[in-house]
Write a protein that binds this ligand. Structure first.
Ligand code: ADP
Ligand code: MG
Length: 564
């Protein structure tokens, strides 16, 4: 088969242009990206071999190797991992198949300040292309484990790339960067310097669990002909297995960035060491920002699962409930079989136990943030509150814990949300219930006629604007013995709460207006159930109210969407 020359997709071309003209001010990260891909490839091979022992692949010395050649000005990152087939190279490298990258480009165009732009690259996993920040040509040679033929991919980052079969490719992948001409002004960015490579690997990839080796340049050794010994650049220590006081926060953060494909530090790091009958360690992270696709169907949730330091799978959903889908991290279990599959995990008793522990740990961490670090809590709630509230409906066991860390917009504050606890503390004498109103925006709720009497009487109302609010408010029903009541539902007798003498007055009024009410009821018989006098209005003449037990339209939709 002769070499094929293929065109990059439009999006890929745009992305490459960005890389070549380098929006990333910190170019060092290209190496992190290549090492990260190599590490993933080794994880995948190890796993595939575990599942299928007949796979014709050598797993005896899985590692990553970095070679520099000062004269040729090349840098090569090599792994003996899973590799790619001819078709896979075309799909994975030649095109931008995932929607995330399209989103990346869109955000990039919208982003204004440089700092922002820089980070977007990492978040959307456009890792491989980052090589073009420092290279004017990239060659990738790869052979998929178990296959005999390899593939060479070459591109100068312009409009096209070439693909050709190669006969003698070793198992795995090597990526060779033909570095741009040296900048005599800037020795700091000399990527042919072993010193520089050592530094970057140490900084960004120390926790990678595979050895990253570098062969010092030939000739630099005084021992004549003897080939120099490769040195291992990383410590390979699993951070979650090291004791808290010997790990720097930055090391945790680098691991987070690797796992989450985020470039920002996490908001909070959570460690859990479970001992006893079922031992496991967890290192979880609360991100600082909600990913753009958190509410889409194909959002990849879950944490990485390891068994005794061996990577088993990404996105293990079984370890955390759906409403904690934004949590990232690693869970390392001591007593699971290396062969576990997703299906088994869903029903495993130990996994169930771990999920409960982890869930409680995350919720208690949020509670601590609330008490000790209100700023962080505020960020957390702004980004993930909507998701967390789903748990009020789906996880009755932890309902109280979730309610305790939830906060809501309220008529008491203009911007700051309030907790139910402080709402209750502010309740007026004689007020028995917690009032809320749902709607599309704070503004539309505040303009609702239902609010008039409450505003007039200075009674606080929670202003709930997320679709999930109707569902949880309904499902939860009460907080510390106080009913949660929508001000738009059923009969609300505010006067009764203020003074009991209003009762006689009201009966008299009802008599006075009986004829009018009767007439209105007749006229609107098709659309309404009843017409009542109400104390809830002060300015508007009338409003529509639903029965306490009725579903509101939004709620009906929501239940339908949840398949109920
Ligand atoms: P990401 O790592 O976020 O998926 P990249 O641009 O870094 O994005 O890589 C794109 C894809 O190319 C990877 O998902 C992987 O399938 C494939 N790939 C890249 N490098 C390697 C490698 N060294 N070995 C095997 N596959 C690789
Ligand atoms: Mg990558």
């Amino acid at each position: 088969m002769p070499a094929e020359t293929l065109e990059f997709q439009v999006e890929a071309r745009q992305l490459l242009q960005l890389m070549i003209h380098s929006v990333y001010s910190n170019k060092d990260v290209f190496l992190r990206e290549l090492v990260s891909n190599a590490s993933d490839a080794l994880d995948k091979l190890r796993l595939e071999k575990l599942r299928d022992d007949s796979l014709d692949a050598d797993v005896s010395d899985l590692h990553i190797e970095i070679d520099v050649d000062k004269d040729a000005r090349t840098l090569t990152v090599r792994d003996n991992g899973i590799g790619m087939s001819y078709d896979e190279v075309g799909q994975l490298i030649g095109t931008i198949a995932n929607s995330g990258t399209a989103q990346f480009l869109k955000e990039l165009r919208e982003a204004k300040d440089g700092a922002n732009t820089e980070g977007l690259i990492g978040q959307f996993g456009v890792g491989f292309y980052s090589g073009f920040m420092v290279a004017d040509e990239v060659t990738l040679v790869t052979r998929r484990a178990g296959e005999t033929k390899g593939t060479r991919w070459t591109s100068r980052g312009e409009d096209t790339y070439t693909l050709e079969p190669v006969d003698d490719a070793p198992q795995g992948t090597s990526v060779t960067l033909h570095l741009k001409p040296a900048d005599p002004e800037n020795q700091l960015h000399d990527y042919t310097s072993p010193w520089k490579i050592r530094e970057i690997v140490k900084r960004y990839s120390d926790f990678i669990t595979w050895p990253i080796r570098m062969v010092p340049e030939r000739g630099s050794d005084t021992d004549g002909d003897k080939a120099p010994e490769p040195e291992t650049l990383n410590s390979m220590k699993a951070l979650w297995a090291r004791s808290r006081d010997e790990v720097l926060d930055d090391e945790y953060h680098d691991l987070y960035k690797h796992i989450a494909h985020d470039w920002r530090d996490p908001l909070e790091t959570i460690r859990l060491q479970a001992e006893g009958t079922f031992e496991f360690q967890a290192l979880l992270f609360l991100p600082e920002h909600a990913p753009y696709d958190l509410f889409t169907r194909d959002f990849k949730r879950g944490v990485q699962l390891y068994v005794k330091r061996v990577f088993i799978m990404d996105d293990c959903e079984a370890l955390l409930p759906q409403y904690l889908r934004f949590v990232k991290g690693v869970v390392d279990a001591a007593d699971l079989s290396l062969n576990v599959s997703r299906e088994i995990l869903q029903q495993d008793r130990h996994i169930e136990m771990m999920r409960r522990r982890l869930t409680k740990k995350v919720l208690s961490t949020v509670k601590d943030l609330m008490a000790k670090n209100p700023d962080k809590y505020a960020t957390f709630w702004r980004e993930f509150g909507t998701v967390l509230k789903e748990g009020l409906v789906t996880d009755p066991e932890n309902r109280d814990a979730i309610l305790a860390v939830s906060s809501f917009a309220s008529t008491h504050h203009d911007s700051e949300p309030t907790t139910l606890k402080s709402y209750v503390e502010r309740m007026k004498d004689g007020q028995e219930d917690i009032y809320y109103l749902t709607g599309e925006s704070r503004q539309s709720i505040e303009n609702s006629p239902h609010m008039e009497a409450f505003r007039d009487r200075g009674i606080e109302v929670l202003l709930l604007t997320d679709p999930v609010d109707e569902v949880w408010a309904d499902a939860v029903g009460e907080y510390e013995g106080k009913k949660l009541r929508s001000v738009a539902k059923g009969q609300i007798d505010l006067d009764a709460e203020e003074d009991d003498e209003g009762e006689g007055e009201k009966e008299k009024q009802t008599e006075d207006f009986a004829a009018l009410l009767g007439w209105m009821k007749e006229q609107l018989a098709e659309d309404i159930k009843d017409v009542r006098l109400s104390s809830r209005l002060t300015v508007s003449p009338a409003c529509v109210v639903s029965d306490t037990g009725d579903l509101t339209p939004a709620l009906e939709n929501m239940y339908r969407a949840m398949g109920q």
